[in-house]
Design a protein around this ligand. Sequence first.
Ligand code: SF4
Ligand code: SF4
Length: 243
Amino acid sequence: MEETVIRLGGKRRTTFMEKVREILPEGGHLNLCLTCGACSSGCPATGLEGLDPRKFLRMAALGLDEEILATDWVWMCTQCQRCIYVCPMKIDIPRLVYNVRAAWPREKRPKGIRGSCDMALRNDSCSAMGASPEDFRFVVEDVLAEYREAQPEFAAMEAPIDKAGAEFFLNQNSREPVTEPDEMVPLWKLLHLAGADWTYGSKGWGGENYCMFLGDDAAWKHITATAARQAEELGCKVFLNTE
Ligand code: SF4
Ligand code: SF4
């Protein structure tokens, strides 16, 4: 396994050491980390770039801001939260990772994640594929008509958009209507058979939020708020997040 060599010494800023303090449980301090390695053992990013969550936390605690900002490892964390779940001290390492991502100049953050976030900001769909509300409506109605005709047992199935007063507000992986529209149908069938009263929103139907992974607070908030506002305006009671 490739190892990252950490050299100590010299005068250092300690931005991330402060961030580490913020993520510790109330009243906690860094000595609470038992260096038990439970976080690293289940982390899908362990070993990548010669790092793991425990080592990363130690780097922050030692004030190694330059090294922390220089590694691509932060972009390999999936934000799965597994490390918090197993940490006996409940140390929020993904929050620290997020803070480091946000400290990168936006134009230097990974192109794929940045591009998907920017696509989601193009219109009210908030779709990482950039699909417009009109295109989404066209595809949903087209696929629904096709299945109703081909499968008479689902002739009464619905896939509503902006149905006021529906109980469930459902979002949708936006790759499906664009590249694999048939993949939307199994969930429609389940909801139909369950007798669920649901709707998509024409605004905020894109379920993924790459702006969160990008560490872009303002864009993350915009996307989440667009979907939440639409659900609220329609009077839905439950937000069903499929992503
Ligand atoms: S699981 Fe928690 S206590 Fe154990 S090494 Fe990781 S951060 Fe430290
Ligand atoms: S949230 Fe990040 S650091 Fe924690 S286990 Fe998942 S990938 Fe690893």
